[in-house]
Design a protein around this ligand. Structure first.
Ligand SMILES: Cc1cc2nc3c(=O)[nH]c(=O)nc-3n(C[C@H](O)[C@H](O)[C@H](O)COP(=O)(O)OP(=O)(O)OC[C@H]3O[C@@H](n4cnc5c(N)ncnc54)[C@H](O)[C@@H]3O)c2cc1C
Ligand SMILES: NC(=O)c1ccc[n+]([C@@H]2O[C@H](COP(=O)([O-])OP(=O)(O)OC[C@H]3O[C@@H](n4cnc5c(N)ncnc54)[C@H](O)[C@@H]3O)[C@@H](O)[C@H]2O)c1
Length: 469
């Protein structure tokens, strides 16, 4: 007798993967496997708790920066422990509730352990259970990647997985990296009162972002915390008092910084290795699992029957809104093999919840210029300062800018990039226009813009584009 447990569907990963299970699966046998915390990265270690720290950090930062408005304020106390407990009371309850609910369903079996592939449709869990699925969804996410330098296992070293659960707000924090996670945590710790050094290996922060936006962010970040560029992490040593000494190479010399906490934010890697995915499926250069446009996993360049992947493990974007959209596509494709869908990833936006906020969609100015040269059209670019619209006057804003890029001949929007107050929200009408094919002037003149809301910065940017029609 075979000791393999058979399922109609096996899902690996309880982040986005958990949302696959809908009423279509009511009469069928489903397994969901997760060796980590139920609910995945976004809920437990990512988007959601980070923003719960970002919000108070932003309020505190703004409170101490309104002297220009004639109001002097100071933050006298930050209760990190109660903030942490409030945040994780909510999150842990959602995670536990989600797990209990799945366990309560007759058709679903939850395996709370890691698993690896032993065949294209077969898995073995860490405790040796063997599972076979007619269909499989790989939604196993990504993990923080640590530079292998001496002392990386020092107790003061954290990643985004652990840093939000520490007991005390550290006095001194060194953030290593120049991406999303580094930018958000530098703001969190700075806003809540730690002394922050952010050290990045290269000159470039937030690579792949529009240069003008990055330069504005760098200028503003350097006013708030100690920003060190071209600092390559060399080692982490112990001081006698238990604190860490972080050693960087800079300009051919060694530079040491003493700190209470080191946050490593040097990128994330798809979890393909622990799945033994390379033995059965094609991998991309990034280490992610290769899929076709219907999210079918490839092996030797061909789709493997009934095996799909979504989210960080296979996506071009490590973003939850992308993982969610891919989940909806895979949910459909699992049960409609004759009418497979694609995920529309033409205009994927992103926001960095640092201070000031940053938001982006579409091509950067450099990318748009390259495309224009290659395809023989001209572009129009307009940069509108927040400080030049009425609400920006109210704010006495000297930071925010909204850049829009369009084709001169058709008015088609190619990209939009913002830095400044609530950029993550201000960008949404531009994402909408691009997604639904509204031209710049149609969008500007085809609707009312509430006066004198900050959204007038978007309206004015669009109107300022010098277009042929
Ligand atoms: C600090 C931080 C902040 C972020 N903030 C944002 C944000 O503001 N906005 C945004 O859009 N995105 C944000 N992201 C990215 C976002 O969290 C991810 O893109 C998203 O959570 C990916 O979802 P997923 O379903 O692909 O994977 P996950 O949610 O990571 O789920 C994968 C699950 O698979 C499990 N697993 C892995 N390997 C195995 C195995 N072999 N066997 C069994 N189980 C396994 C893991 O334990 C995990 O629970 C952030 C990420 C981080 C780290
Ligand atoms: N608001 C959001 O949407 C949000 C927030 C956080 C994370 N995320 C997602 O999570 C992903 C991972 O974030 P991240 O910030 O870790 O990665 P990232 O790829 O954005 O940035 C990694 C940074 O680390 C630097 N780096 C790499 N190796 C290094 C080394 N050895 N020494 C020093 N620096 C080194 C890189 O130059 C880069 O600046 C992002 O791609 C993003 O999609 C999204």
């Amino acid at each position: 007798m075979s000791n393999i447990q058979e399922f109609d569907l096996i899902i690996i990963g309880s982040g986005s993967g958990n949302s696959i299970i809908n009423e279509e699966w009511d009469g069928k046998k489903v397994a969901i496997i997760d060796g980590g915390t139920f609910g995945g990265t976004c809920l437990n270690f990512g988007c959601i708790p980070t923003k719960q720290y970002v919000y108070p950090a932003t309020v505190a930062t703004e409170a101490t920066h309104i002297g220009r408005l004639g109001v002097e304020a100071e933050v006298t106390h930050v209760d990190w422990k109660s903030m942490r407990d409030r945040i994780f009371k909510r999150i842990d309850a959602i995670s536990h509730g989600g797990l209990d609910y799945r366990k309560s369903l007759d058709n679903v079996t939850v395996f709370e352990e890691y698993a690896k592939f032993t065949g294209t449709h077969e898995l073995e869990t860490a405790s040796g259970k063997k599972l076979r699925g007619k269909q499989i969804v790989i939604a196993a996410g990504s993990h923080n990647q640590l530079p292998q330098v001496p002392g990386i296992d020092h107790p003061a070293v954290h990643t985004s997985d652990t840093v939000m659960r520490i007991d005390e707000l550290p006095q001194r924090v060194v953030v290593v990296g120049g991406g999303f996670i580094a930018a958000e945590f530098a703001h969190v710790f700075n806003g809540l009162g730690s002394t922050v050094v952010q050290a990045n290996r290269s000159e470039t922060l937030l690579r792949s972002y529009d240069q003008e936006i990055v330069e504005r962010f760098k200028r503003e970040a350097a006013k708030q915390w100690d920003l060190r560029l071209n600092y390559a992490l060399a080692s982490i040593e112990s001081n006698d008092d238990g604190s860490a000494r972080v050693v960087f190479e800079h300009d051919g010399k060694k530079v040491s910084i003493d700190t209470d906490l080191v946050l490593i934010a040097t990128g994330r890697t798809p979890n393909s290795e622990s799945l033994n995915a390379a033995s059965f499926f094609d991998l991309r250069d990034s280490g992610g699992i290769e899929v076709d446009r219907f999210h079918r996993v490839l092996s030797g360049g061909k789709p493997v029957d009934g095996v799909f992947a979504l989210g960080d493990i296979s996506s071009n974007y490590l973003l939850k809104h992308v993982a969610n959209a891919e989940t909806r596509t895979v949910q459909h494709n699992l049960v409609h093999p004759d009418s497979l869908r694609e995920t529309d990833e033409r205009f994927v936006p992103a926001a960095v919840f640092t201070y000031p906020q940053i938001a982006t969609v579409g091509l950067t100015e450099d990318e748009a210029r390259t495309k224009a040269t290659e395809e023989g059209f001209e572009i129009a670019v307009k940069v509108q300062n927040f400080g030049d619209v009425a609400y920006g006057w109210a704010m006495e804003d000297q930071v925010g800018l909204c850049k829009v890029i369009a084709r001169k001949d058709t008015g088609e929007l190619l990209g939009a990039h913002l830095v400044g107050e609530e950029s993550s929200m201000l960008i949404q009408p531009l994402i909408q226009a691009m997604s639904f094919g509204l031209t710049a002037h149609e969008m500007a003149r085809g609707q009312f813009w509430i006066h004198p809301a900050l959204t007038e910065v978007v309206e004015n940017a669009l109107l300022g584009l010098e277009l042929e029609k």
